[in-house]
Design a protein around this ligand. Structure first.
Ligand SMILES: [Zn+2]
Ligand SMILES: [Zn+2]
Ligand SMILES: [Zn+2]
Length: 163
């Protein structure tokens, strides 16, 4: 099995092949879908955008809304977060060029391939020992969630745990 060691954050490790970019942790810990503080009265003000080009440390609000995007990030690489059953997902086409998604289970939702950002809480007893898991021979290496296909991780968050 090939294991690639990711050097401890010494500068920007983004171009280093399969290593995960530094902004991923920010993305995974950001709360999306809150109303935008700058545009409280606008109809499309939920913060479901994330900019790959504005990630200075300590930036107060990594998530922003549709209007913020056109005002402040028009020329930037922005990815849009979507929701599936109250969980944050991102479309494969929006991240496959900026992130190594190898090994992460993809799902088809609304005819688009998506990835879950974070591990989803599972009902008690749904681990490898539960009968439900027997339906799938594949499990996430981090949280044990049963997977549909022979992938290694259920989400980007579980893949990030491997670092
Ligand atoms: Zn806004
Ligand atoms: Zn930006
Ligand atoms: Zn997992």
């Amino acid at each position: 099995m090939m294991m690639r060691r990711v050097a401890a954050a010494s500068g920007k490790g983004e171009a280093a092949g399969s290593s995960l970019p530094e902004w991923l942790e920010t993305l995974l810990s950001t709360r999306f879908f809150l109303a935008c503080a700058v545009h409280p009265a606008s109809p499309r003000n939920e913060c479901n955008m994330f900019c790959l080009d504005c990630r200075s440390p300590g930036h107060p609000a990594p998530a922003f809304c549709y209007y913020c995007r056109s005002h402040r990030h028009a020329a930037h690489r922005v990815i849009q977060i979507r929701r599936s059953s109250y969980h944050d997902v991102v479309r494969v086409t929006e991240v496959e060029d900026v992130l190594d998604i190898t090994g992460v289970q993809t799902y088809v939702i609304n005819s688009a391939k998506v990835l879950f950002l974070n591990e989803r809480p599972q009902p008690r007893g749904a681990g490898a020992a539960a009968g439900k898991a027997a339906a799938s021979p594949y499990n996430c290496e981090i949280c044990g969630r049963a997977l549909l296909d022979p992938f290694r991780f259920c989400s980007l968050g579980c893949k990030d745990e491997m670092k």
